[in-house]
Every structure is written in C-alpha cells, then in structure tokens.
Design a protein around this ligand. Structure first.
Ligand code: HEM
Length: 485
C-alpha cells in the first residue's frame, strides 16, 4: 500500500527533515535549483524531499543525472499525473503525458513533423532558414527604430514576437505583426504557463489546496483558464486547416499532423484531439525557450563588451560588410557557437526539466527509487558541477574552443539544457539553428550597449525558464543595413 511504499522510500533515501503538511515547500526559496544543489552537498546527489503529500526525488550533478536519464532511460521516462498537467491541451499533450506505447507513437509523429519542416532535405532547410533570416532582419530594423526613438529600450517583447513568429509560421503558415494585440495576449499566456509549471508549483504537490478558497487555488484556476484560452487559439487554427485541407498539398506542420493523426487509418489510439495537442506542444515549447535564450544573449553581449568586440572582429573577417551571415558560415564562426553554449551553461535558463516520474523500481547511485516516484532533474547542477567545469561561475565562452579555435564537441556535450534520454527535447536542432542565425544576424548588423545607469544584473524571474529581469540596451547600426534574399 501507499503508506508502506512511502515508508520504504523514506528509509532508503537521505534528505532534509520534512515538516508536517507542507513538507519542504517553504525551504525551496526563490531559486529552487540553487537550493537543490546546496542540499546535494549535504545529502548527496540523489536525495528525497517532501512537497505537500508527494515524496519527490531530486537528482543532481553530471554523473547521477546521466546515469539516470541515459543508462536507465525507460525507468525515468514517465511524467507524474499532476493536476496541472491534465489541464494542458485538453489532456492530449504529448509533453505532459505519461510513458506508454501510445505516447511513444505520439512523440515519433511530433519528431518527424519537426524534421520534415526543418532538415528533411535541402529545400526545407533553406525555407526554414529564410524564415528566420526574415524575422531577424525585421528585428534589426525595429531595434534601430526603438534606439532612434529613445536610445535605450527593453528588447524583451520584440525578441519574443520574433521567436514566436518562427514557430507560428512553421505550424500555421502565418506570422504576426510586432504590434498585434491578440498575439501579445497569447504570448503573455505562454509566459504565465511557464511560471506555474516550474518545479515547486504548490498546486501540484498539494492538490487538496484546490478545494479551499485561497491564493493557490486561484493560481490553479488561472492556470486552467490560460490553458483553455491558449488551446482555444490552437483549436481555431486547426479548424481552419481542417476546412481547407488538401491531402495533395501540405502547407505547414498543422496540415502534416492532420494528415498523420486525423486522416491516418491506424490503430495507434491517437484521436483528432491529439492533433491540437501536438501543435500546441510545439508552439508552447518552441516559443518561450528560444526567446529566453535570445534575451540572455543580448544581455550578456551588452554586459561583456570586450567579448562583443571579439565576436564583431570575427564576423568582419569571415562574413564582411556586404552580406548577412548564413548557416554555411557556422563552422568558421565557432566562437559564436561557443558564446551560445556558454550562455546555455552559465544561465542554465531551463534549470530543472519538466518533472519526470519513474516507470518502474530503479537504483541510481546505489539508492533505490520506487516506481511512480516524482523526480526533479536539476540541469543547473550539471552545468555548474565542479567535477566537470573549471570556474563554473565565470562566463567564459572560450572554454568550448580547442587549440585550433574550433568547437570542442566533447566539452559542448557536457552542457545540459535540452535534458537527455527518452524525454530529451525534440526541438533541440531547430532551436540551435534559430538561435545561431538570430544571434549572428543581430550581431553582424548591430552593436549593443548597456544603459549607463544599469549594471545589468544577472537576476532573473523563476519558472520553467529563467528570464532576465527587465533591462535596457541601445542598438547601433554597424555598416550598412542588409536584407535577406
Ligand atoms: C522538452 C529544453 C526548444 C519541443 C524539453 C525539455 C527541456 C527542453 C529541458 C524537457 C525535457 C525533460 O522533461 O526531461 C528546450 C530548450 C529549447 C527548446 C532549452 C531552446 C533553446 C524547443 C523547440 C521545440 C521544443 C524549438 C519545438 C518546436 C519540445 C517538446 C518537448 C520538449 C515537444 C517534450 C518532450 C517530451 O516530453 O517527450 N525541451 N527546448 N523545444 N521540447 Fe524543448
């Protein structure tokens, strides 16, 4: 029974004393990943905390996390049946669904759809890249306009719209203006979503709180409402696509998924609702993450002007002033990729993965973890593990370059931001292409300067992604303004 199981779990795993009712909820602090890493120093890399009525195992450090996610990939491939997860995409999300045969099929469909629209052949590759170039060049113009108006401006909204447009164009064949009010509201919902799903959401671990009129309940209600609204947006787009569907012409990812899930006559158990679930997974996941990466990149460029100068010199040498950088330049621009990897490592802006659960009993680091245990995976602790990284608290892109100034793959592989194993992010490749092209084009065209009144702190807001607090920069044109072909 549950009681005996909990007792076994309690006996076998170390961890801090858990208070009655709330457990360790009040000890998590503003930045749970930092608290978790600190607790690991005392209790080891695998320990247990209690949040409300759930025992949760927290995994820390490079070795324990890779052992769990890679060597025991199936055992760690589950998702907990949290109340908030059931509120996502009408319960038809792939991301928030537990491990099963049907989930595997669902994930495969999502994966092959992404591939078909980004890297399947040279034509799709080119189309995907052109989409990004178009967004990046428009972003440059908007940045220059904003800087001309007020010199120092907050780039957050424009970066979010640009990244959102790339994934919306892939999914719906449609992009939105930077001033579109409806789109702005949609982006706001995705932002709030991340704040609830981040580890430590009291709604999930204390479900009984939902039956009381209290702030936690209103957070949950708000979460349900925003999911319904976001899902409603996706449903209306899919409806339009179904009405104009032509099996001979696949216009975008929505058409492709309709073709595979709605129209396919297979017994994989996936129903029409899973089409909307898949599309909203891709939009939700692809929107917040890429824009957060870009927020940090701009902030770090402004914070470290000497590194920015070095990057500019490299772009001038490899690309020159008369054309925009392209994905073909990537090999010669290894220092740009090094800067991106260091941004991902240093900020660890997805500090903890989406919660996992165990699909069967499993042993990690000699410790027994029973089936159906909720597991938090602390990616931040992998990226700041002193056994892997020299001076992990120092921002130093050069750590990723070898003696020939090429990217050292053995070192880049040590960064963990896309997770690993069966739940590894399926958008990692398109995310890397997007981030590289946005970064290269913005930097080729502009120089970024911080506002002298600000010291550009690395403070951030906590959620599924860590976002920098509002900051202001100036963007100055370098050379001539270029357009993509
Ligand atoms: C899952 C990171 C971009 C689609 C995840 C997870 C992380 C992550 C940490 C959770 C893995 C786990 O629970 O262990 C990132 C980062 C991105 C990014 C850092 C950008 C820099 C994207 C993009 C897409 C995408 C562009 C698609 C368009 C997904 C999906 C899942 C996922 C569908 C759920 C996988 C599953 O549950 O099986 N991502 N992601 N991601 N990501 Fe990404």
């Amino acid at each position: 029974c549950l009681w005996v199981r909990n007792l076994r779990l309690k006996r076998r795993l170390p961890g801090p004393f858990a208070w009655p009712v709330v457990g360790n909820a009040m000890q998590l602090g503003q930045m749970p990943h930092i608290t978790f890493a600190r607790l690991a120093k005392k209790y080891g890399n695998v320990y247990q905390i209690r949040l409300g009525c759930s025992d949760i195992v927290v995994l820390n450090g490079d070795r324990a996390i890779r052992q769990a996610l890679i060597q025991h990939s199936t055992e760690f491939a589950g998702r907990p049946n949290f109340a908030s997860f059931q509120a996502v995409s009408g319960g038809k999300s792939m991301t928030f669904t537990n491990y099963s045969k049907q989930w595997k099929m669902h994930r495969k469909i999502a994966q092959s759809t992404i591939r078909a629209f980004s890297s399947a052949n040279s034509q799709t590759k080119k189309a995907f890249e052109q989409q990004i170039v178009a967004e990046a060049t428009e972003l440059v113009e908007i940045f220059l306009k904003l800087s001309a108006q007020a010199q120092y401006f907050n780039p957050a909204h424009e970066l979010t719209v640009a990244a959102a447009n790339v994934i919306c164009a892939l999914c719906f064949g449609k992009r939105y203006g930077h001033d579109d009010v409806e789109f702005r509201a949609l982006l706001e919902q995705v932002d709030q979503f991340g704040q609830t799903v981040g580890a430590g959401s009291l709604v999930d671990v204390m479900p009984w709180l939902q039956s009381f009129p209290n702030p936690v309940r209103s957070v949950f209600k708000n979460f349900k409402d925003l999911n319904q609204e976001f899902f409603g947006f996706v449903q209306s787009k899919i409806k339009e696509h179904r009405e104009t569907f032509d099996p001979e012409v696949t216009r975008d990812m929505s058409d492709a998924i309709i073709g595979v899930i709605d129209k396919a006559d297979s017994d994989n158990g996936l129903t029409e609702g899973h089409t909307e679930g898949t599309v909203s997974d891709l939009i939700g996941a692809g929107l917040d993450t890429v824009s957060t990466a870009l927020h940090w990149i701009i902030l770090l460029l402004a914070k470290y002007p000497e590194i920015q100068t070095k990057l500019h010199k490299l772009l001038d040498k490899v690309v020159g002033p008369n054309r925009l950088p392209s994905i073909e330049d990537r090999r010669s621009l290894a220092y740009l990729d090094a800067f991106i990897y260091e941004t991902m490592r240093f900020t660890s802006f997805v500090p903890i993965t989406i919660p996992h659960s165990t699909t069967s009993d499993v042993t990690v680091d000699g410790l027994h973890i029973p089936k159906d245990t909720v597991v938090f995976i602390n990616q931040w602790s992998v990226n700041h593990d002193t056994l892997k990284w020299k001076d992990p608290h120092v921002f130093n892109p050069s750590r990723f370059l070898d003696e020939n100034d090429s990217l050292d793959k053995d070192i880049t592989n040590n960064v963990m931001i896309f997770s690993a194993g069966k739940r590894r992010c399926i958008g990692d490749q398109i995310a890397k292409v997007e981030i590289f092209l946005f970064f290269a084009i913005l930097l080729h065209q502009c120089s970024f300067e911080k506002c002298p009144d600000e010291d550009l702190s690395l403070n951030c807001s906590y959620g599924l992604t860590l976002k920098p607090l509002d900051y202001k920069i100036a963007a100055k044109l370098r050379g001539q303004l270029l357009k993509g072909q």
